[in-house]
Design a binder for this molecule. Structure first.
Ligand code: CA
Length: 514
C-alpha cells in the first residue's frame, strides 16, 4: 500500500521533479560561451560631462572613450533618486526607492531578491568589489570585498566575508587589482558577473600624486551657469548648501592647517568654509576674496575632481586590456556607469540630489560584442531600474514580475521598441540632509521637466529644448499652463504606476553621508 502510494506520488509529481532536476543541473553545465560574462564598472559621482565621449570640455578620458567607440553610449540615461545608496539599491533590485527600502541611507535588507542572486542561482559566478555603501553585508555574491561605508582614498580598509584588512596604496588601483584577481581566480566553466564599484571621484576628491601634479595649476573651463543668479527658480536652490563658492571647506580645497593643530581643533579648522584664502604667487603672498576667491575655489575643486577621474579612466583601460589579453573580450559585456551624475559648477553647485540634468544624467556605456554596433549613440530614455532587467536579459533569464525597469536589450540591438518610455518619474527624499537640499519629485520627458518640492509646495517647469541649461522656470508663465497641466497629469499617472504611495514622504532620514 505504501509502495503504491509512493508510485502514485511519483507519477503525480514526476514532471515537477524533472523540471526541478533540470533547473538544478543546468547551472552546473552552463556554457560560458553561450551566455555572456558581465563586467559592470561603476564609479561614484562621475558626471557624464567629465567624459570626453560625452563631449567633456574639462578633461579627456581615452579609456572610457575606447569603450564607447566599441560599444553603445546612452545619451539619455537617468537615475530615479540622485544619491549614492538609493541608486545602488535600485540597480540591484530593479525597483524604485520606496519599494526597495532605501530612500536615503537606510540599511539595505539583503534578504530581498537582487539581480546578483538571480544570476548566481542561474549559474553565474558573482562578485562585488569596491564601494557598496548599503549598510548590510552583500548577499548573492560568491565573492565580495567592500569598503566600509564611503571608504578612504589612501591605504583603505576592505571588508570581506572572513573579516577586514588594510591594503596599502591608492583605492582606485586597488579595486582594479582586486577585480582582476577575481577574474583570474574565477571558475572557468561558469560565466561571471562582476560589479567593480569605484569610490572615486567622490568627495573629498583626493587624487593620486601623478594626476594631482598633472592638474596642479591647470585652468579648467568654467560652465556657463557657474554664476547662476537663480532668478525665476523656487527657494530650494537658493537654500541648498552645495554651492562651490560658499560651501566648499578648507578640507575640500586642500588648505594646510597650522602645524601645531591636532585632533578636534584640526578637524574644526579643516571644516571651515573660507571667505578669504592666502596663496603664494610669484614669490608673494596674495589674499583672495570675493570673485577672485570664487574663481580659485572652482579651479581647485575641479582640478582634484578631474585628477581622481583620470585614475578611474586608467582602471577601465586596465580591465579592457586584461579581457583582451585573456581572450575574454568577445564574450564579455562591459558596462561603464556612475551611481548618478554630479554638478561640476553647473548652477554654481557641486554634489547631486537635485533633479537638474547634471545630477540625474548617468553616463551609461555598454559594449556587448556581436550585439551593440560599435560607436553608436542611443537617444532613447533609459533609467537605473532598467539595469537589473537588462542583466537578466543578457543572461537569458525571464524578468521577475516585481522589477520595475525594462530590459534594454532591444535598444542594445539597435531596435526601437514601439511605445518605448517617453517620460520617467523621479523622487529625492533626503531632507533635511547634508546639503539642505529640499525633497522633491517630478518627471522628465524628452522635451520638458516638471519638479515639485512637496514640503514647500513649490513647482518648477523647464522646456529642455529651448532651455537645456534649465535657467527659466516656466511654471507660472500663463502661456505654459496647458503644458503644465499635461505634465502634471503624466506625473501623477507615473507616480501611481510605480506604486509610490508617499510611503517615505515624512520619514526622517537616518544618519549617514552621501
Ligand atoms: Ca554617488
Amino acid at each position: 500500500m505504501k509502495i503504491n502510494l509512493g508510485f502514485r506520488f511519483l507519477d503525480r509529481f514526476w514532471p515537477a521533479l524533472c523540471a526541478a532536476l533540470v533547473c538544478w543541473l543546468l547551472p552546473a553545465y552552463a556554457d560560458s560561451k553561450t551566455r555572456p560574462n558581465i563586467l559592470f564598472i561603476m564609479s561614484d559621482d562621475h558626471a557624464a560631462h567629465a567624459i570626453s565621449a560625452y563631449g567633456s570640455k574639462v578633461n579627456q578620458t581615452p579609456n572610457i572613450d575606447r569603450l564607447a567607440s566599441t560599444g553603445m553610449r546612452f545619451e539619455h540615461c537617468f537615475c530615479v533618486n540622485s544619491i549614492c545608496s538609493p541608486s545602488r539599491a535600485t540597480i540591484l533590485t530593479g525597483k524604485y526607492s520606496h519599494l526597495n527600502g532605501v530612500p536615503t541611507f537606510n540599511r539595505f535588507d539583503g534578504s530581498q531578491p537582487t539581480v546578483a542572486k538571480y544570476l548566481q542561482q542561474a549559474g553565474y559566478y558573482t562578485g562585488m568589489i569596491g564601494k557598496w555603501h548599503l549598510g548590510s553585508d552583500p548577499t548573492g555574491f560568491d565573492q565580495w570585498e567592500i569598503l566600509p561605508g564611503q571608504g578612504v582614498y589612501f591605504n583603505p580598509t576592505f571588508i570581506h566575508a572572513g573579516g577586514r584588512h588594510v591594503i596599502q596604496g591608492y583605492v582606485t588601483g586597488i579595486i582594479t587589482d582586486l577585480s582582476i584577481d577575481f577574474l583570474k581566480n574565477r571558475p572557468k566553466d561558469r560565466p561571471f558577473f562582476l560589479m567593480c564599484h569605484h569610490k572615486a571621484p567622490h568627495r573629498p576628491w583626493e587624487p593620486e600624486a601623478k594626476y594631482r601634479a598633472d592638474f596642479a595649476g591647470k585652468e579648467i573651463h568654467e560652465p556657463a551657469t557657474l554664476r547662476d543668479d537663480y532668478a525665476t527658480r523656487t527657494d530650494a536652490i537658493r537654500e541648498c548648501t552645495q554651492k562651490v563658492f560658499y560651501d566648499l571647506t578648507r578640507n575640500d580645497l586642500k588648505l594646510q592647517p597650522p602645524g601645531d593643530l591636532a585632533g578636534p581643533a584640526r578637524s574644526q579648522w579643516l571644516g571651515v568654509k573660507p571667505t578669504a584664502v592666502e596663496i603664494e604667487a610669484g614669490g608673494h603672498t596674495i589674499v583672495l576674496t570675493n570673485d577672485a576667491l570664487h574663481d580659485w575655489m572652482y579651479q581647485r575643486y575641479m582640478q582634484d575632481y578631474l585628477a581622481c577621474v583620470q585614475s578611474v579612466d586608467d582602471s577601465v583601460g586596465r580591465l579592457l586590456d586584461w579581457l583582451d589579453q585573456n581572450g575574454l573580450a568577445s564574450n564579455t559585456v562591459v558596462i561603464y556607469t556612475s551611481d548618478q551624475g554630479f554638478f561640476l559648477g553647473d548652477h554654481g553647485l557641486f554634489d547631486k540630489r537635485f533633479m537638474y540634468e547634471a545630477s540625474v544624467k548617468m553616463p551609461f556605456i555598454v559594449r556587448w560584442p556581436g550585439v551593440t554596433k560599435p560607436g553608436t549613440v542611443q537617444e532613447l530614455m533609459a533609467i537605473n531600474p532598467d539595469f537589473a532587467p537588462t542583466f537578466m536579459g543578457m543572461a537569458g533569464l525571464p524578468m521577475p514580475a516585481d522589477m520595475q525597469g525594462v530590459s534594454l536589450t532591444p535598444l542594445l540591438k539597435g531596435e526601437t521598441p514601439p511605445g518605448w518610455r517617453a517620460s520617467y518619474y523621479y523622487r529625492y527624499y533626503h531632507d533635511p540632509g547634508d546639503h539642505n537640499t529640499r525633497a522633491h519629485y517630478g518627471i522628465r520627458t524628452m522635451t520638458h521637466k516638471l519638479i515639485y518640492f512637496w514640503k514647500k509646495d513649490q513647482w518648477e517647469m523647464y522646456d529642455l529644448v529651448r532651455d537645456p541649461d534649465e535657467l527659466h522656470n516656466l511654471y507660472n508663465d500663463p502661456a505654459q499652463q496647458e503644458t503644465v497641466a499635461k505634465l502634471k497629469a503624466e506625473l501623477y499617472r507615473l507616480k501611481k504606476e510605480v506604486k509610490d504611495d508617499d510611503q517615505y514622504a515624512n520619514q526622517q532620514p537616518p544618519p549617514g553621508t552621501d
